[in-house]
Design a protein around this ligand. Sequence first.
Ligand code: CP
Ligand code: NVA
Length: 305
Amino acid sequence: MPLRHLVNLSDLSQAEFKGLLERATELKAQRTGHEPLKNKVLAMLFEKSSTRTRISFETGMIQLGGAAIFLSPRDTQLGRGEPIEDSARVISRMVDCIMLRTHEHRTVELFAQHSSVPVINGLTDQSHPCQLLADMQTYFEHRGDIRGKTVAWIGDGNNMCHSYLEAASLLDFTLKIACPPSYEPDQQFMDKADGRGVLMHDPKAAAEGADLVVTDVWASMGQEEEQSRRELAFRGFEVDDQLMSRAAQDALFMHCLPAHRGEEVSASVLEGPQSVVWDEAENRLHAQKALLEFLLIEDHPLREH
Ligand code: CP
Ligand code: NVA
């Protein structure tokens, strides 16, 4: 069985992506009692903080019959400069899967190149594919297929925005992106979206008629010292009730969390009837269980190669 990784969403075909979403919903109904990953071990390497990613992967592995090892840079020789290539070769000789959350995207790519087991991107400066599995599962559960719908991305053209652009291409929806000038997503991800990403600078125009409104923090992990500069640049980009009223009547609101109430989203929207952020957070668990099965089970029926 060829080795598969999830470094970016585009590592999946459209059918695989949709199949994973369906499987995630099945696993959500089933919860426990299904242990196909008995004795399998996931190593989780975190260079940045995490609540959802760590807990969902660790819980997911336990529920599937396996185990997970949490490693911060202080816990491994990576933090003392052991080369990524060597670390990938050594760690992958002992465990069955490796999940990494890193600053540089290149670190995950290098790990995948040198690992003999599947590597999962648990967030890099460039993308956050696991979050998109959960977001899309949440949309499908609440509203059905997202094909042909319009999603408004309000805020920074960051790692989440990049993964939304990849999802737009795979699941065939339009992504209207409103960001302040010089906070646009990378052109390579706009290109990947194949015309489905529409760039603008006015949040009201992006929200108009949208089926889903999504935002994220203005300063991502690693950009803390830019906080005050970004607060100025993103003035007028808060998703509040007024902005939501421009979206479709049955529009949903999502945020990968953690959220800053009163900055990128008002408390009333985050806690309001259109917000599905708690389902979205829970679905990290179910979506990643589907992903772990997909990457680790021999001859998994969803795998196209
Ligand atoms: N959304 C997300 O990835 O959350 P954590 O940073 O808590 O893992
Ligand atoms: N864009 C955010 C996402 C956090 C889950 C960050 O990178 O900090």
